[in-house]
Design a protein around this ligand. Structure first.
Ligand code: BGP
Length: 470
């Protein structure tokens, strides 16, 4: 690999940041757009859709829709050479079922991508990032309904054709594995966590997303051979609670359930361990003739993943009946510090993740989300001294550097939320990830002004030195 001798990172490494349309754009009914599921999602992971709430943070978000030019300039100033965002499906097909796409929505993203390009920033797009046109969900339910595949593919064909040459990397589904994780199945596959025989619905939805992802990969390869298609999974490094064999086995099982999603997309088939799991849990995934061939033929070009934390698994651990965001993580790891939201901070876990993924697939890897959700304080002089964020990011970058030295083919890093956006899990603005502060509170009040945090200058220097000065 052509690594930079001084920094240890490959030459041409991609450095930048990632956001999602629904957490940043706002303007939720502008330019012909109709509501998406994200627009009426109650705050917090567990509420599902609510039509009666009087405040939905995504309706205004940080108004990226109107302010993206200024925000891209800030990214350029921070030396970003890549920016990941998503295309809000309901801007392009407001109900999901129109025969023709909404030109206004298409133009919005074209302007955004051209602006980024002129700023020297490569675009990576998540095709589906936790939002779906609401009308589709009202009419067809969730992704366990096969009808979604065709609607999605029409969307994909439209955007890949229109943005040929403007988008370099396409990710087919954000954190696809969360289609089978309670309660994130709502965001990932529009499956109500309160459904009967939930596992059946979730894995059926996942199957349809695999077929859709494979066919999207085909479309991307056919329409724009210079572009690359990637899988995007949520990765949490798994540790056994003790060295009791039962715990180690439970940890291995948990790992495989996560790997299932990248296994299918990278290797092109359903692994035998999942077939056994299906049998033992009375899950019958309906496949049409040809599905397996489609999945086999159109594998992704690279694997991307989000990494925030690791988790601990034990054979005796029982899932709490009433889940909270924190309990999603399972058992507490007494050896690791935690964020204000109870997420473990574990940079070495990222090195392990990179090595495991590379050993398993021998494919280029991309860290497309990582960062620290924290409460920031604006000092009297207007400065924001987020040294804790610098420490977090720096430690994870050092872990990436070690993994590269281990031989991992890591191509890039997009920190999560380089500009503060609405938190997906909590709906809060006060859970901030950015190197750029946005003056808005949890109720959408504030000026929306952008302020560079201390971490801004630090990250700019990291990128300028291609990771030498961490
Ligand atoms: C990932 C999602 C993002 C993002 C991030 C941080 O799972 O892909 O959309 O929000 O988590 O989570 P949160 O916003 O809940 O802090």
């Amino acid at each position: 690999m052509n690594n930079d001798k001084r920094s240890g990172f490959p030459r041409g490494f991609y450095w930048g940041g990632a956001i999602a349309a629904n957490q940043a754009e706002g303007a939720y009914l502008e330019g012909g757009k109709l509501p998406s599921t994200a627009d009426i999602k109650s705050q917090g992971f567990f509420g599902g859709l609510r039509r009666d709430a009087d405040f939905y943070p995504t309706h205004k978000a940080i108004d990226f829709y109107h302010r993206y030019r200024q925000d891209l300039k800030l990214f350029q100033e921070a030396n970003f050479n890549i920016f990941r965002t998503s295309i809000n499906w309901a801007r392009i097909f407001p109900t999901g079922e129109e025969k023709e796409p909404n030109e206004n929505g298409l133009q919005f993203y074209e302007d955004l991508f051209r602006e980024a390009k002129s700023d020297g920033i490569t675009i990576m797009i998540t095709i589906s990032h936790y939002e779906t046109p609401l009308a589709l969900v009202d009419k067809y339910g969730g992704w366990d309904n096969r009808a979604f595949i065709d609607f999605y593919l029409r969307f994909v064909r439209t955007i890949v054709t229109r943005y040929k040459g403007l988008v370099k990397f396409w990710l087919t589904f954000n954190e696809i594995g969360n289609a089978a994780v309670v309660p994130i199945c709502w965001d990932a596959a529009c499956i109500d966590p309160k459904s009967d025989h939930l596992l059946q619905r979730m894995y059926q939805a996942a199957h349809h997303q695999f077929v859709a992802s494979a066919l999207a990969t085909k479309i991307i390869h056919e329409i724009d051979p210079d572009a690359k298609a990637g899988a995007m999974i949520a990765y949490k490094t798994v540790y056994p609670y003790t060295c009791k064999v039962e715990d180690v086995k439970a940890a291995e099982d948990a790992k495989r359930k996560e790997y299932f999603f990248s296994d299918v997309q990278a290797r092109g088939y359903y692994p035998s361990y999942i077939r056994r799991y299906f049998e033992e849990n009375n899950i019958h995934v309906a496949m049409e003739r040809g599905d397996e061939e489609i999945i086999r033929q159109h594998r992704v070009d690279f694997i991307s993943f989000s990494y925030y934390r690791s988790r601990v698994v034990s054979a005796g651990y029982e899932e709490p009946a009433e889940k909270t965001t924190d309990s999603l993580e399972g058992l507490v790891n007494p050896y690791l510090p935690k964020t204000d939201w109870g997420w473990t901070i574990d940079p070495d876990g990222l090195r392990l993740a990179l090595n495991d993924l590379y050993d398993r697939y021998q494919m280029p890897l991309f860290v497309v989300e990582n960062g620290l959700g924290a409460k920031d304080i604006v000092e009297k002089d207007g400065s924001i001294n987020d040294t804790y964020r610098i420490e977090y990011l720096s430690a994870h970058m050092k872990a990436m550097k070690e993994a590269i030295a281990d031989g991992v083919d890591l191509r890039g890093y997009t920190m999560w939320g380089p500009i503060d956006i609405v938190s997906n899990g909590t709906g809060q603005m006060s859970k901030r990830y950015g190197i750029i502060y946005v003056d808005l509170d949890d109720y959408g009040k504030g000026t929306g002004k952008r302020i560079k945090k201390k971490s801004f200058d630090w990250y700019r220097e990291v990128i300028a030195s291609n990771g030498e000065n961490l």
